[in-house]
Design a protein around this ligand. Structure first.
Ligand code: GLA
Length: 438
């Protein structure tokens, strides 16, 4: 009797608090308007780039017609500045009538018809960061229901014009309210970013129970400096952040800016590689109508995506930060596979970094290594084999590493790596003891 009471209480409290929506077992992927299109509401002078249903419909067309959806980029997310400055007569949020004349439900239908999902933006406070109506505590249920009625699939809840006690009440309340609508709506919480991102102010156990993902830190901007400051913060705090992530609950270092103006090709590869290592949500914020083929190739790299989407959902770590500006990152993947990233913070010339898998804490054995961006299989190597990897200035090399024994034993049809790399993996069997120059 006593035992069943305990079970009942536990079950009840879980039902009351957990974000029990089963969504985002791997990091979400899609497109988000903010970094590239900001709060451009000037549809008169800038009709193709202003925040309007036209922009989201065009991006939905691109996601569904240019091979993005099949790779997993399925969310198309509205950010700030979509709403009218006033709520309607029943106190509900409403879109700006000029820019979204057919309403959000119509846009959601358009997006769903293309096999995509629609995200929307709100703010746990009096106003959004852009000054539009926020969600005060008394409006939480109304707004959750409005989003569900429209057919929205994801909510990013920002935290401007708010304070810590308000957020402490509001973010869990919204989680419950979304669940109560009965519609599966993924929930992105900006709460930790407004509380410094670290304990004791931030409780990652609670966040994992109420949110599917959360912004921990500053907004990304269109520059390499911005990418590097985010990377530094996330890996400097990896002991706190890494255990917080897992299936259904992700740290969010913010959008991918690949395809915009601020990153070189090498820097773009580095962002993709590091976001894959971090098990980060992959929300692109770029113009898919005009994206270059180079940027597209990076964002559509199947092995990088496969690493990001690994089903174990273990966030990777920085292993080494050398004084010479080279850093090494590692992420364990399903079936004994792993990913390595060699990053150069240097600004001179390609740097020959010499090491071995053993030095990077790999177990004794023989490994097959696939270079993710050059799309080349390297000669097999032992853990003890010394190699030299050449890393471009402000660039990264990413490796997908498989232990040979396990590879042969456990290869199964449909496994992404085998399907994509196929017979090429079986071509090289020459173990090499001399240092390899790759
Ligand atoms: C904050 C968020 C950004 C974006 C803007 C919109 O700065 O962190 O991601 O949503 O607000 O105003």
């Amino acid at each position: 009797m006593q035992r069943s009471v305990v079970i009942f209480v536990l079950a009840f409290s879980a039902a009351a608090w957990a974000l029990d929506n089963g969504l985002m077992r791997t990091p979400p992927m899609g497109w988000l308007a903010w970094e590239r299109f900001r709060c451009d509401t000037d549809c008169l002078n800038d009709p193709d780039n202003c925040i309007s249903e036209h922009l989201f419909m065009e991006m939905a067309d691109r996601l569904s017609e240019d091979g993005w959806r099949e790779l997993g980029y399925v969310y198309i997310n509205i950010d700030d500045c979509w709403s009218s400055m006033q709520r309607d007569s029943q106190g509900r949020l409403q879109p700006d009538p000029k820019r979204f004349p057919r309403g959000i439900a119509h846009l959601a239908q358009y997006v769903h018809d293309r096999g995509l999902k629609l995200g929307i933006y709100g703010d746990m406070g009096t106003h959004t960061c852009g000054g539009y109506p926020g969600t005060t505590l008394d409006k939480i249920e109304t707004d959750a229901q409005t989003f569900a009625d429209w057919g929205v699939d994801m909510l990013k809840l920002d935290g401007c014009y708010s304070n810590s006690s308000y957020q402490e009440q509001g973010y869990p309340m919204m989680s419950k309210a979304l669940n109560a609508t009965g519609r599966p709506i993924a929930y992105s919480c900006s709460w930790p970013a407004y509380q410094g991102g670290l304990p004791p102010k931030v409780n990652y156990t609670l966040l994992g129970q109420i949110c599917n993902l959360w912004r921990n830190y500053d907004d990304i901007q269109d520059s390499w400096d911005s990418v590097m400051s985010i990377v530094d913060w996330f890996f400097d705090n990896q002991d706190v952040l890494q255990p917080a992530a897992g299936p259904g609950q992700w740290n969010d270092p913010d959008m991918l800016i690949i395809g915009d103006f601020g990153l070189s090709l090498d820097q773009s590869r580095a962002q993709m590689a590091l976001w894959a290592i971090m098990a980060a949500p992959l929300f692109m914020s770029n113009d898919l109508r005009t994206i270059s083929s180079d940027a597209r190739a990076i964002l559509q790299n199947k092995i990088a995506i496969g690493i990001n989407q690994d089903r174990l959902g273990i966030q990777g770590r920085r292993l080494i930060k050398e004084k010479n500006g080279i850093e090494v990152f590692w992420r364990p993947l399903a079936k004994g596979s792993s990913a390595l990233v060699f990053l150069s913070r240097r600004s001179d010339m390609p740097y020959p970094y010499k090491t071995s898998l053993k030095e990077l804490s790999y177990k004794t054995g023989v490994y097959e290594v696939y270079d993710v961006f050059s799309e080349k299989l390297l000669p097999q190597m032992k853990d003890s084999t010394e190699f030299v990897v050449s890393i471009n200035p402000s660039g990264a090399v990413m490796w997908y590493v498989n232990p040979v024994a396990e590879w042969w034993k456990e290869a199964e049809p449909g496994r992404f790596s085998e399907k994509l790399i196929g017979p090429k993996f079986h071509q090289h069997h020459n173990e090499v003891d001399a240092p390899l120059v790759l």
